[in-house]
Write a protein that binds this ligand. Structure first.
Ligand code: NAD
Length: 361
């Protein structure tokens, strides 16, 4: 169902089975307790920073340290990590790092069915989804498999303190995009709408705290909770119009993931909001703003968010072609019909960074 359906409610919602353990400064203690609970004997640690991971794993025995983490999980890295796990008789994967480290652990779990404990150090949210991604010469392939969903997530906000302010804001805005798009994605329902609006509240409060003071632990905790809620909502609701646009732009023009999301989101919100009044009202309320777009814009200004696609590598002469590439991916559930002209207008506005508030009125 869509969030704005006026008929009686009918939906199938699957709540993923995950243990979510949360506590600043508690990662080492929580990890040791989880390893004992699972009776794991042969642990493969997938880490993007060996120094940072050392303190967290001080209380457990690690059979193999594996730090060959790269963005978007190149297929050769995935195959090598699978071979290492197989050769070392591994019975548990522990990943410590951003979405790229989690992604590599998921690639191993996809073929080995090994359980994962994920300890995220960014706000990407991959730890709360059953979505995997692997990149080969033909591009990034993604899929859904419950075997890649980490059985346990350990959130320790102290591990995100070293994440630079710019990366924190970009990663947090990406999480915000999961929340907004979840309101009209193909499997949108009242349960994931509740997760998404709670995520918007947490992110809208925590991100300005981090932007003002990257050492604000309370702000970091709020954004971690927002990241989890956003990913849980997104995983359940699926990809909506916003994610489809960004996925095509990223793949076809090699545009940076977080910045592309940060620029495109207000234009998709401005486009869809008039056709999704209930979702728009819920988003506005979560932002504490008069309208959804006012709330998003105020936050983006406060965070000095990226504004225009022209700054991130989209060639102007490709806009018409990009609109044609995107159109087949727009989910039929989108609250407003979309034509290739609509997409071209949206991309032109996002390219130039014009005020999204009334760009299509
Ligand atoms: P990333 O994991 O590549 O990390 C970005 C950079 O930050 C890296 O250089 C990393 O070493 C560094 N870093 C990580 N934590 C740090 C910390 N605490 N302090 C300092 N530096 C730190 O990037 P990401 O944004 O976390 O993840 C992006 C990837 O995750 C993409 O491939 C994206 O497609 C994927 N992703 C997947 C899902 C899913 O559901 N499968 C969801 C979200 C993102």
């Amino acid at each position: 169902m869509t969030a704005d359906a006026q008929t009686s409610m009918r939906f199938d919602h699957v709540t993923p089975g995950q243990r979510v353990l949360f506590g600043a400064g508690r990662a080492a203690e929580l990890l040791a307790a989880e390893v004992a609970r699972l009776h794991a004997q042969r642990i493969m640690l997938i880490e993007d920073n060996r120094d940072a991971a050392a303190a967290i794993t001080a209380r457990i025995d690690v059979a193999v340290h594996h730090d060959e983490v790269a963005p978007h999980v190149p297929v050769d890295r995935a195959e090598h990590a699978r071979a290492v796990a197989g050769a070392n008789d591994i019975d548990l994967l522990v990943c410590i790092g951003g979405g790229s480290a989690t992604g590599l652990a998921k690639a191993v779990a996809l073929t080995s069915r090994l359980p994962i404990i994920a300890i995220p150090t960014t706000y990407a949210g991959s730890e709360a989804t059953n979505v995997w991604g692997i990149t080969d010469a033909s591009g990034k392939k993604t899929g859904v498999d419950d075997a890649v969903l980490p059985g346990t997530i350990i959130y320790d906000a102290e591990l995100t303190m070293s994440l630079p302010k710019g990366l924190s804001v970009a990663s947090g805005l990406n999480a915000l995009a999961h929340c907004v798009d979840a309101m009209w994605a193909p499997r949108a329902d009242p349960i994931n709408a509740a997760l998404a609006t709670a995520g918007i509240r947490a992110l809208a409060q925590g991100l300005p705290d981090i932007s003002r003071d990257p050492g604000n632990l309370g702000g970091r905790e709020r954004v971690l909770i927002g990241a989890y809620l956003s990913a849980a909502a997104f995983s359940s609701a699926g990809s909506g119009m916003h994610h489809k646009i960004c996925h095509v732009l990223g793949g076809a023009y090699d545009m940076p993931h977080a910045q592309t999301h940060a620029v495109v989101l207000p234009y998709v919100l401005a486009y869809n909001a008039p056709a999704a009044p209930r979702a728009a009202a819920d988003i506005a309320e979560a932002f504490g703003a008069r309208t959804a777009i006012d709330g998003l814009q105020k936050l983006r200004m406060e965070l000095n968010a990226p504004r225009a696609l022209k700054d991130f590598g989209l060639p102007a002469e490709e806009i018409a072609h990009a609109a044609e590439l995107i159109l087949p991916f727009i989910p039929p559930s989108n609250p407003r019909a979309v034509t290739v002209d609509d997409l071209e207008q949206l991309l032109n506005a996002a390219y130039a960074g014009v005020d999204p508030t009334h760009y299509n009125s």
